[in-house]
Design a protein around this ligand. Structure first.
Ligand SMILES: [Zn+2]
Length: 187
């Protein structure tokens, strides 16, 4: 505000340029915007309101970005923990389609040998399963043979039969114990 004297009267005039909400910068003498004809008070008030809203929006965006980054950091940490858990645990990475060819051959050979080959087929399948497992990041291998499987299933099968199935829990335990005993580190 500038104090001036016009015709002996003290008058307050604002000679400062003012920017209107429409973006036009008016001269201090203009009481209405030269572009959109809003009056000075409205043009300035609306501009200030818009700047305030932009500030609030920017603040909100910053907060949201911070929260997003925090969530990302938590995700990364969780992924890292999972990776460590996988590295220290048992992991299977076999691809089923890799075993389709061997499987079809096992089916064919089992058919032409009246089922005898299925024991060797079972050994090959365990070989594939274990060979695609890692324990604590180390590769594993299966050392059982078709003969092993044949003897195991014959003995356990006979025991289950002659006990009318009562022996099944022991058979399951024996087969599992045998299986885990035939797994070793490949390197
Ligand atoms: Zn304007």
């Amino acid at each position: 505000m500038t104090q001036v004297t016009i015709d002996g009267m003290d008058t307050q005039l604002d000679f400062q340029d003012w920017e209107c909400v429409c973006g036009y910068v008016n001269e201090g003498i203009d009481e209405n915007c030269m572009r959109c004809s809003r009056d000075r008070a409205t043009g300035i008030a609306e501009l200030n309101a818009r700047k305030e809203a932009e500030l609030v929006a920017a603040q909100k965006a910053r907060l949201e970005e911070e929260q997003r980054q925090q969530a990302e950091a938590v995700e990364r940490e969780k992924a890292q923990e999972n990776r460590v858990a996988r590295l220290t645990g048992l992991e299977f990475n076999g691809d089923a389609k890799d075993f389709l060819g061997p499987f079809l051959l096992i089916m064919l050979l089992s058919f032409v040998t009246f089922g005898i080959y299925s024991f060797w087929g079972a050994a090959k399948m365990m070989d594939w399963v274990v060979g695609n497992c890692t324990l604590a990041g180390r590769r594993l291998r299966f050392t059982g043979t078709g003969v092993d499987v044949l003897v195991l299933y014959l003995v356990q099968g006979i025991l289950v039969s002659i006990t009318f199935g009562i022996y099944t829990p022991w058979a399951v335990a024996n087969i599992t114990k045998w299986f885990t005993g035939k797994v070793e580190y490949a390197d």
